[in-house]
Design a protein around this ligand. Structure first.
Ligand code: UDP
Ligand code: MN
Length: 351
């Protein structure tokens, strides 16, 4: 110790100096850090405050002129089509006056209405998308799916709770006797659509009986039945056996109709037909997995199909939505989907 005293003292001194220097440096950082954070917080608080102020101003104005009717802030979602739809405390749409169905009627108060109007618009790009998806191949039972997705509500199955979206999407699935496919699709679709932050309802249009399956007719019926229950502004026609493989396939509407399944794995992700004026996703995004299945007996290839395609232009005026004849046997508004069972009389369509 004695030998190296001066050397030791020297190094000890420089060590001390270093320590002091570090302490000063840290304190400076610390202060700087606090300053930035505090500043940010203050700005944020100020922004929030302004936001609240804006909204309370608007709410006050609305209170002055009454809440009872119409469109508020130009936002379509607060519209009450036929006075039938309201927002519940959980910010979800529920039908109030559907006659024969099992929908809970929920009263609303002005307070709740106010709350729903304070929601910010959903961002143009939903923030929680993950891109390519690993599709869930195991088909849970309906009860299991309901338990997993307990936030879904009968009627309009989903509306985002964190923000306000103008998209009101009806997803129409023509269906008969494909329960396994349906369960697989529902689980995949609901989990994906929640991240897209749109209001949507799924309609499974089921053809009763054993006569030839008519997919086009069921799609038209789906459209008609869906708008009867809510003023949907966007329609997606969906096969039960196509599972989206990417959550960037947006199920909301843009300006033009869009062909969603640009690429189906069965066709090695290549679209066979050309879509005229349709908008189409890049094949890298719009991937679907097609659940393998055999051709049903009740769904033979239509031998008339070439002939029917040729005279489409002529038939368009009379065939389609205007000529729909069908009978609704049953409507069940479940949490996972609305099931509309219809009977179609083949002879009415000459097919
Ligand atoms: N479909 C159905 N039950 C049937 C036949 C068809 O639900 O017996 C519906 C289902 O939504 C299916 C779509 O119609 O995805 C198209 O029929 P399918 O899958 O038989 O035709 P593909 O396009 O596979 O040749
Ligand atoms: Mn198929």
């Amino acid at each position: 110790m004695a030998v190296d005293e001066s050397g030791h003292t020297m190094s000890f001194r420089s060590f001390l100096k270093l320590c002091i220097f570090i302490v000063i440096l840290l304190t400076a950082f610390h202060l700087g850090f606090y300053y930035t954070i505090e500043n940010n917080l203050i700005t944020k608080t100020y922004d929030n405050f302004r936001f609240i102020q804006d909204h309370s101003g608007r709410i006050a104005e609305q209170m002055r002129y009454g809440f009872s009717t119409g469109n508020v802030n130009g936002s379509a979602n607060t519209q009450r089509p036929n006075g039938e739809f309201i927002r519940t405390p959980s910010e979800r749409w529920v039908s109030q006056t559907q006659g024969n169905v099992n929908v809970t009627a929920n009263a609303t108060t002005d307070k709740e209405v106010m709350r729903s109007r304070v929601l910010k618009e959903c961002p143009a790009t939903p923030p929680n998308l993950v891109g390519r998806l690993a599709t869930y191949r195991q088909a849970f039972t309906f009860t299991e799916i309901e338990a997993k997705l307990s936030y879904l509500v009968p009627g309009v199955n989903y509306s985002p709770k964190e923000c306000h979206s103008d998209q009101r999407v009806a997803i129409i699935i023509p269906y008969r006797n494909r329960e396994l496919h349906l369960r697989t699709l529902l689980y995949n679709l609901h989990t994906m659509l929640e991240r897209q932050q749109i209001n949507y309802g799924i309609f499974v249009i089921e053809q009763a009986g054993n006569s030839t399956f008519n997919r086009g007719l069921l799609m038209n019926i789906g459209y008609k039945e869906a708008i009867k229950s809510f003023n949907y502004s966007c329609f997606v026609f969906h096969d039960v056996d196509l599972i989206p493989e990417d959550d960037r396939i947006y199920y909301g509407c843009g300006e033009k109709p869009r062909h969603l399944s640009a690429a189906v794995d069965k066709f090695k992700y290549r679209l066979k037909t050309v879509n005229g004026t349709f908008e189409r996703y890049s094949m890298a995004i719009a991937r679907y997995k097609m659940i393998k299945h055999n051709r049903e007996k009740g769904n033979p290839v239509n031998r008339e199909r070439q002939k029917l395609l040729k005279n489409t232009a002529r038939r368009m005026k009379s065939d389609g939505l205007t000529s729909l004849k069908y009978k609704v046997m049953n409507i069940n508004r479940g949490k996972l989907f609305t099931n509309v069972t219809v009977s179609i009389n083949r002879s009415e369509y000459g097919v």
